[in-house]
Write a protein of this length. Structure first.
Length: 149
């Protein structure tokens, strides 16, 4: 799947050695990747943190999918997805998270991206494989299927 003619997930948006130790840091780390890719303006990251304050984005199977609030939507330039894997679980408001998938969805594209990511993580074996990935190439190979139609 592409966003504005560009893949929503690229190898450059996959990080196998995330550095965050708290969920707030993890949201900022994912947000910085989206900003660095030119997908969102810096204000979108604050929208991601606001979303997390109002409701958790923990999804189960060691996965959190932070994304901005509706008010942050104008900060999105194009749809993009980033994947950050942590060697040690992060305490995500009482739940262990090893993989953070940051999402910026333009024009409703995020709904399709969310459903594709959910399929990857619905299978505990696939979720475990993503959590065990040690390189960006491995992460991209496992999660990059969100780009396919």
């Amino acid at each position: 799947m592409t966003g504005g003619g560009v893949d929503v997930l690229t190898r450059e948006l996959c990080v196998a050695d995330g550095r965050a130790t708290t969920y707030e840091e993890a949201v900022r780390e994912a947000g910085a990747l989206l900003v660095g890719a030119g997908a969102v303006a810096p204000g979108y990251v604050e929208g991601m943190l606001e979303r997390e304050r109002t409701m958790t984005t923990f999804m189960g199977n060691g996965l959190a999918i932070p994304h901005g609030t509706l008010d942050a939507t104008p900060s999105i330039h194009r749809s993009a997805v980033c994947v950050v894997r942590y060697a040690d679980p992060i305490d995500w408001k009482g739940s262990p998270v090893r993989v953070v998938v940051g999402i910026a969805g333009a024009g409703g594209e995020h709904l399709e991206v969310l459903s594709r990511i959910a399929l990857v993580f619905a299978d505990p074996d696939q979720a475990d494989a993503v959590a065990r990935a040690t390189t960006a190439d491995e992460l991209y190979a496992l999660v990059g299927r969100v780009n396919t139609t």
